[in-house]
Design a protein around this ligand. Structure first.
Ligand code: FES
Length: 76
């Protein structure tokens, strides 16, 4: 089974509610971080969230530029 992680434009990484039960999210020590059940999961990639590793919407007021086109182009 493949799991899709979507890079939202200038926002968080999203794991769908359907895929989330197959994901194990841990902290740096390997401790499991519970995911909300039955909901899409949004992981902060801007660094401004007060609920890390989850997004709290702070990327909007931080005017986060999450452009990753260059990184994607460099993979190929
Ligand atoms: S991506 Fe939303 S608060 Fe960081």
């Amino acid at each position: 089974m493949s799991i899709t992680i979507k890079v939202n434009t200038n926002g968080p990484l999203m794991i769908s509610a359907a895929d989330a039960p197959s994901v194990n999210l841990t902290d740096a020590d390997g401790n499991v971080i519970p995911l909300p059940e039955g909901k899409n999961v949004f992981l902060c990639r801007c660094g401004a969230s007060s609920r890390k590793p989850f997004c709290d919407g702070a990327h909007k007021s931080a005017a986060f530029d999450g452009t990753c086109v260059t990184a994607v182009q460099n993979l190929g």
